[in-house]
Design a protein around this ligand. Structure first.
Ligand code: FEO
Length: 396
């Protein structure tokens, strides 16, 4: 058994990165990440679909040579130009100088801009164009802004394989297996939420357009640029991307709070306890001064309820909550049941500032608590009222 073989004609030639600490130098990679690349062997031509980050060229080359039967690569299909997939292209051209790079008009401009690759080495394709490899052909489907404007998908109709670019991807290196049927994929799913919400989360509308554009395709193998190749669990993966891109929250509440000396944090715990009393089982509490941002964004995308609290700081919000609010605004999060709790010592500003952010998101809190200094007995009662308002609005 060759685990790299997805179908008779399609082989996995990607690589694992367990070295990089942060994806895009922003998002932690505790379990690594894979850069997926695929080889499609037709009766006349061979195509490589997507490349890898530049430092992994040696492994990519070895995998290609082991799977190509010694034949040269005729085409490189560039579904997406972000350098985690395009970084090795100049070195691939050194190895395969005759190789034609297939991309759309924007891709070809980016190849020039990033790597000084001339148009003469490229072939432009448009939506629904088809490239023959002999007995099989590749069809190109433009899916702009999933994740960059040049993004497209490639469909191999004969084998029912969709090469989907970043869509349906997740963080996490591949630990032996390639296909979901070969491994326990359960732990990839939290990393899918974190990947989607942080990397693709801003582009929900475009993800929906791409889902509608591809939903008629018969897909047996869903080959993303990151994470396992999906076969058995395709419908679950599509369902996650569909729900997240519609901003549909699951049953549960995320509480995200800032606190300097623990007073605002006490309110967070009172709210969480009350939510539990009301029957909410999925409750995620993050101290924003300690939790890493990508996990907070992920939970805020995942769950329907969102309760945010912080003390007043320099006439505005506690800085980590300020950053979280900006992350929510950039990603245009919506459809949340929201409540706020703020605190102040001599001049209240946190609640007002958090509310201004919600107004920009066209959402309003179902309840607000503004606490002066340390929690009083009344504040504790108010914390329960906040939890009750959220639980009521969510139908608990
Ligand atoms: Fe995996 Fe948007 O690059």
């Amino acid at each position: 058994m060759d685990i790299r073989k997805i179908t008779e004609r399609v082989s996995y030639v990607g690589v694992n990165d367990r070295v990089t600490n942060k994806f895009e130098n922003l998002w932690p990679l505790p379990h690594g990440v894979s850069y997926n690349s695929y080889l499609v062997k037709g009766s006349e031509k061979i195509a490589l679909i997507d490349g890898v980050e530049v430092t992994y060229i040696r492994a990519l080359r070895t995998h290609i040579e082991n799977n190509s039967g010694g034949q040269k690569i005729d085409y490189l299909i560039v579904n997406h130009m972000e350098p985690d997939h395009s970084g090795a292209i100049p070195l691939l051209l050194d190895i395969y100088p005759e190789m034609k790079i297939i991309g759309n008009k924007i891709t070809i401009g980016m190849l020039q801009g990033f790597y000084n690759i001339s148009e003469s080495q490229c072939e432009e394709v448009k939506d629904n164009d088809v490239l023959s490899l002999g007995d099989v052909s590749l069809k190109f489907i433009m899916t702009p802004l999933v994740h960059w404007p040049e993004t497209m998908m490639t469909y191999l109709e004969e084998d029912k394989v969709l090469f989907s670019g970043d869509a349906f991807g997740c963080f996490g290196a591949l630990n032996g297996g390639i296909l979901d049927t070969e491994m326990n994929t359960d732990w990839y799913f939290p990393e899918m939420y974190r990947y989607y919400s942080n990397i693709v989360g801003k582009f929900g509308r475009q993800v929906q357009m791409a889902l509608k554009k591809t939903d008629h395709l018969d897909v047996k193998y869903l080959c993303s640029t990151h994470g396992p190749v999906w076969h058995d669990r395709i419908s679950e993966v599509i369902d996650i991307y569909n729900r997240l891109s519609l901003y549909e929250g699951e049953e549960g509440v995320t509480i995200i709070y800032g606190t300097m000396y623990g007073n605002t944090g006490e309110i967070a715990d009172e709210i969480a306890n009350r939510l539990c009393e009301r029957g909410v089982k999925n409750i995620k509490v993050h101290n924003a001064g300690k939790s890493e941002m990508s996990y907070m964004i992920s939970d805020a995308f995942r769950y329907k309820g969102l309760i945010i609290g912080c003390p007043t700081y320099n006439g505005s919000m506690f800085p980590e909550i300020d950053a979280f609010m900006k992350a929510m605004m950039v990603r245009e999060i919506k459809n949340r049941v929201i409540a706020l709790f703020g605190s102040y010592t001599w001049a209240s500003a946190a609640c007002k500032s958090m509310n201004e952010c919600l107004e920009k998101l066209k959402m309003s809190p179902v309840a607000t608590l503004d606490m002066r200094q340390a929690p009083s007995a009344d504040d504790t009662k108010e914390a329960k009222r906040i939890a009750d308002a959220v639980a009521d609005a969510m139908g608990f």
